[in-house]
Ligand binder design. Structure first.
Ligand SMILES: [Zn+2]
Length: 323
């Protein structure tokens, strides 16, 4: 029987059910949180996380995959408490979320050492708990494949090979990072069906997307609501075209939602976030936007119920468990 690790224990893959593959209940700067904890309101963060968890449950979601890695404030206790209080199945990762920066500790150690940290989280548990990471996260963005980013990608690949855990890679289509990232994983010997290229849906360049799909990897159409990267209508048209071309078994639908004010996403002061929202950066962004607006529009454009279930139930199960 194939199983998957959640923050409340190992479950049969069959029990994952309706799954959002990429959402954040918590994401904050962990160094600032440790040094200046007074800038955070943990009780409010918890309340807002509960609100989003209850909202997705009302749409039948059983599982949320949360790729909050190192440098995004992964907090296994907070995630476990949220899962216990709501009954939602939450799946955590190991890995590092950076576009280039690394602390000295990791700057001066090699890919194999970093891989051993990832393996520890997958086999022993995260942050001295028995909660095990189910997948490995890494990222490449505007700076491209720098030496640090390459080292983390090789570490992610080696940890995947050692444990069988799948990899989710944050990509930036506008900088063409996807093919460079896939190349490293494949060069290290990772099977393409273990690889998910997150944020591929930020582009409607079908040649770029098919270039990735030709390698056999999964792609995340996972930033629905983030209009600043691509508006919903273009995201939908891309998904429909890829369904028509037979790629339903390779796509995930999600929102990469971060609770933007009063919770994790602390990259900007609240007033800047309010300005961005007012300017239309993410007017309808939420953890339920896919259910409220996207699925009805995709159905209207020809998506079948079977295709919906493939993207929201079968693909997460297959990517996470190999089943
Ligand atoms: Zn994310």
């Amino acid at each position: 029987m194939q199983t998957v690790q959640t923050v409340t224990g190992e479950i049969p893959a069959e029990e994952l059910g309706l799954t959002l593959i990429h959402e954040h209940f918590f994401s904050s700067d962990e160094a600032v949180s440790t040094q200046w904890p007074h800038v955070r309101d943990r009780e409010q963060e918890h309340r807002l996380a509960i609100e989003s968890a209850e909202a997705v449950k009302a749409h039948g979601v059983k599982t949320v995959v949360e790729p909050t890695a190192m440098l995004l404030g992964r907090d296994v206790q907070a995630s476990r408490q949220l899962a216990e209080e709501t009954g939602l199945q939450i799946i955590l990762c190991t890995g590092i979320y950076t576009y280039d920066y690394l602390p000295q500790f990791l700057l001066n150690r090699d890919a194999d050492f970093i891989a051993s940290l990832f393996v520890h989280d997958i086999e022993e548990g995260i942050q001295k708990t028995d909660v095990k990471a189910a997948f490995i996260k890494c990222a490449a963005d505007e700076p491209g494949m720098t030496a640090n980013i390459e080292k983390i990608h090789r570490a992610a690949a080696r940890a995947s090979l050692a444990t069988g855990a799948p990899i989710m890679a944050h990509t930036r289509p506008a900088s063409g990072t996807g093919p460079l990232q896939v190349e490293i994983f494949l060069e290290e010997g990772v099977s393409p069906d273990k690889i998910q290229m997150a944020h591929t849906g930020d582009t409607d360049d079908l040649d770029y997307i098919e270039g990735l799909l030709d390698k056999g990897v999964y792609i995340g159409m996972d930033r629905y609501g983030l209009d600043l990267f691509l508006p919903t209508s273009q995201r939908n048209a891309t998904v429909i075209e890829l369904l028509n071309r037979g790629y339903g078994e390779r796509m995930f639908l999600s929102q990469d939602f971060d609770i933007p004010i009063g919770n994790g996403l602390d990259w900007y002061p609240p007033e800047v976030i309010e300005q961005l929202m007012a300017a239309g950066a993410a007017t309808n962004w939420s953890m339920t936007f896919v259910f409220e607006e996207v699925l009805p529009a995709l159905r209207e454009a020809g998506m079948t119920d079977a295709q919906r279930d493939t993207m929201l139930i079968e693909n997460p199960k297959r990517w996470l468990s190999g089943a």
